[in-house]
Design a protein around this ligand. Sequence first.
Ligand code: ADP
Length: 605
Amino acid sequence: MRKMNSFRFRLTFAMVALIGLSVLAAGIVMGNTFKQNHINALEASMVREMRIILDGMDWQGSDAGTPFDYYSEQARHLKETTESRVTFIRGDGVVLGDSDHDARTMDNHAERTEIVEAGREGVGRAIRHSDTLDENLLYVAIEAVRGQPDKGYIRLALSLATVEASMSRIWSALVIGLLVLFVVAALVSYRLASGLTRPLEQITAVAKRIKSLDYQARVNVKNHDEIGELGQALNAMAESLQIQMARIHQNENQLESVLDNMINGIVMIDRAGRMVLINRRAEEVLGFHAGEMVGRHYTEAKQQYELTQIIQDGLEHRDHVREEITFYFPEERLLDLNLVPIFEDGSEFGGVLLVLQDVSAIRRLERMRSEFVANVSHELKTPVAAVKGFAETLLSGAVNDPEITKSFLQIIYDESERLNRLIGDILELSKIESRRVPLQFSPIELPSFISKTVEVMTSEAARKHIDLSMRVEPGLFVEADEDRLRQIVMNLLANGISYTPEGGKVSISVQPLVDGRPVSGGDEQDYDYIRISISDTGIGIPKKDLPRIFERFYRVDKARSRSSGGTGLGLSIVKHLVELHHGTISVESSVGIGSTFIIDMPVIQ
Ligand code: ADP
């Protein structure tokens, strides 16, 4: 702004100075011309007066000798009519008479400029300061007799005070006029300069706003001159910048959201080894903070040695590196590292791109699958071996003993039954896991549902003299797949009966949950969850086994489970079914005292 102002002021100053100078020069020329004209006019009239004087008087000149009195008398007399000082001078310069002084005491005037000039050209003039009068006087002299200088001269002297007074009046008018003109010129010039510089200032301001990334700034173009065109060009530039920036922003946002939502971690390292990009997933798996690490050298990141090594290799050899590394920080993970060199413009090495994939889950699943296959084969082998063994024994002669035959056939029957159950459970589990059977949700009235289910189990419980009891709040409902819910409850009741010694107790209760807490006593409150608890007074589960009992084929005591006809898949199936109902299952147990399985399920699916 200051620069612009100074431009405006410079322009104004230049214009004012120019106008001032020309007015001043004109004034000087005019003043001088005026003065000269005035003096010339005075001179002419003085010459005329002197000629008239000479015509009217008896001029004796040099021949007169020194008739001082005559000339002095004449001079004094003439002064009254001419109002000028009158002097008569002899050809040799001796003053014969003077209107103001005594001629006898005066110097010889032969060398006076006006006399010399009059002697030479007929008329002479001079302007001199008179010390006696303390003013400038105009002296004009002519020869008394034309063409004969020795005859003498007549001289008139007139004070220039009136000329000078009118001159000074002219000068002061000129100065005042000049000043007024100056001020007017200054104002006009300033306005003119402003008119010229304001649009420029506006354009500069807009350019500055654009520079500081404000692409909405526009020049208000009014004129259609060159400056207007400049403004239009600037507006067009801002417009295209705005469009381009919007496009860049959009691309950037798209890229950012792609990077941030990628399941793979991405780290970009430039050729100097500085990290230039770290996406959200990479932050998670490497335990970085992008804000802190971007711009830093990769060795500054506290990282596992192998990773640093791989990056170093990649930067040195500019080659593709792929490796699987187990990371222990921020948590244990198996990461698949893919390092690709980046070549900018086709050939120039720009750095490396590190793609990190967390393969822990995939590897774990792979391991689980192969373990499962091994387990299934093992589980299937046992009953098949039993069937085969007993059949062989029968074939090799034992069949002749009806007692043995009967017991062996019973065993073969039991084992094939177990095999059947096992295969049934495996198929069931795989069906549930792959979600091939969609659940059929319907409202279930719990008191009747539980009592019907418990009834199925009573004969089993009675055989072991186990007291089977239920307690369900009346009027409770839940939305569930009835067959699946029955499967859940029966499985847990069967386990309870199975792992409880004779004379023990198994009980089931259902309560409504409000804000995660069980309420009872027929409260009319709105419950959003129900809790099914199945408790027994059985052998219990050791603490170390508790986290694992929901795993497939996991059994605390293999022999005992087998003798009770278990497959080790029941709790796995239960857990899956509960989760399909968006519920949770947990267990509390103490060895020798009993276990309680707790299921919390939402009332509405
Ligand atoms: P199983 O067919 O062997 O019963 P489950 O998957 O139903 O298989 O149970 C897994 C294991 O959990 C059982 O082998 C048993 O050791 C333990 N378990 C399950 N329910 C109970 C219970 N109510 N009391 C004691 N242990 C139990």
